[in-house]
Design a binder for this molecule. Structure first.
Ligand code: MTE
Ligand code: MO
Length: 371
């Protein structure tokens, strides 16, 4: 009996251990047959998380509601503009049927049948209309956009979700306070790296899954925040994030890329992304993002610009860790005097003019708040 109990516990331990490690096997290739939702899309919209039970509303019913007709301009990430006239009911009017209003929602995720999805944050919900477009330029939607397209006038086309099939109403997503900054530029020497085909070029990338497994702190989270150097801030679900790679060479680097997600979900020129208490920061990106300074012949940016942008928690002391495991300690007042620069030989490095030489680290991996 006793042996059985012990065995049982061992088994449980193994299960728990396996669960806490994210499996990094190659994600399944994009399944071209899995397009059941496209074209022959079921003609309805499912809304989850609004009421206790999910609700669904057919396009027939949407057509009977008050229709808004509006000339709109779509702007994509490359700045390309396209004009349309769209017609359909307002999402807010749909919500009213259920006694809710768009302004009171904390966030929603627009989900398409082709795997595309994007979170619309509270400030957009507060200030913009969301039109559930059923007609574009006087015509029925094409098969790739059916059953409806979300159109958010005056916001970027990334929110204009074609083939919209579901809307998930989200709870307030709280962002944990950052305790550690990890430099993306230095990560490749600690995780498996592979070749990645990005359009016509062969670049290098590592799996997001390997990254989180390597550095995962105590705090798990279902979401990540990603900011690019063009100031675009985006939330991504952990599930989606784990389907990709961080590409760190070639154009648009560092970039969140994936060979299974729609291309529109990739994020180019990442400045940082955060997961739990960790903020993964691009030192290369910071050199284009922050004001450059020069110190004793080294060109870089202030460490405090990075820690402020990352929202690093205040702490009396911070620990700097090099890629070789070497550590040094600094005080909070030193953040202002640290220079982050790129050393030709050793990559991301830190230099303090007035501190002992052993605080300077070449091949800097991370900065952690000590308490
Ligand atoms: N279903 C779906 N909707 C989507 C996308 C997608 O890949 N799938 N891409 C988005 C992005 S990133 C952009 S820029 C626009 C592109 O719209 P267009 O194809 O009409 O130019 O659609 C958005 N809506
Ligand atoms: Mo886009």
């Amino acid at each position: 009996m006793r042996e059985k109990i012990v065995n049982f516990f061992c088994l449980m331990c193994v299960i728990i251990l396996t669960l806490s490690v994210i499996s990094c096997s190659s994600p399944a290739q994009k399944d071209e047959t899995n397009t059941a939702n496209q074209g022959s899309a079921s003609e309805k919209l499912v809304i989850k998380g609004l009421l206790d039970k999910e609700v669904s509303i057919g396009t027939d019913e949407l057509k009977t509601m008050q229709q808004v007709e509006k000339k709109v301009t779509a702007v994509d990430s490359a700045g390309k503009k396209t004009d349309y006239t769209v017609k359909g009911p307002l999402f807010d009017d749909v919500l009213k049927k259920y006694g809710k209003s768009q302004k009171e929602l904390k966030g929603i995720r627009l989900v398409a049948g082709d795997g595309y999805s994007i979170e619309v944050p509270a400030d957009v919900l507060k200030n913009r209309d969301i039109i559930l477009a059923l007609v574009v330029d006087g015509k029925e939607l094409d098969s790739r956009s059916k059953p409806m397209r979300a159109v958010v006038p005056d916001e970027r086309a990334m929110y204009w979700v074609k083939n919209l099939t579901a809307i998930e109403v989200l709870e307030n997503v709280e962002k944990a306070e950052a305790k550690r900054v990890i430099f993306i530029d230095t990560v490749p020497s600690s995780v498996p790296v592979q070749e990645y085909n990005y359009y016509e070029s062969k670049d290098k990338a590592f799996k997001t899954c390997d990254l989180l497994n390597k550095f995962k702190g105590n705090l798990d989270s279902d979401f990540l925040f990603i900011k690019s150097t063009d100031k675009l801030m985006k939330n991504e679900t952990k599930d989606n994030f784990l389907k990709g790679y961080i590409k760190f060479t070639g154009t648009d680097s560092p970039a969140f890329v994936s060979d299974v997600l729609p291309v529109g979900m990739q994020v180019k020129n990442v400045l940082w992304f955060s997961y739990g208490e960790d903020v993964y920061f691009s030192a290369a990106g910071s050199l284009t993002y922050f004001e450059k300074i020069s110190l004793d012949g080294k060109d870089g940016v202030k460490l405090s610009d990075i820690t402020k942008e990352a929202g690093t928690s205040s702490s009396a002391k911070y620990v700097l860790t090099g890629v070789d495991g070497y550590t040094s300690e600094i005080e909070s007042k030193d953040l202002e005097n640290g220079l982050i620069y790129n050393d030709e030989k050793d990559g991301v490095s830190i230099y303090f003019k007035d501190l002992p030489k052993n605080t300077n680290i070449k091949g800097l991996l991370s900065i952690s708040a000590k308490d």
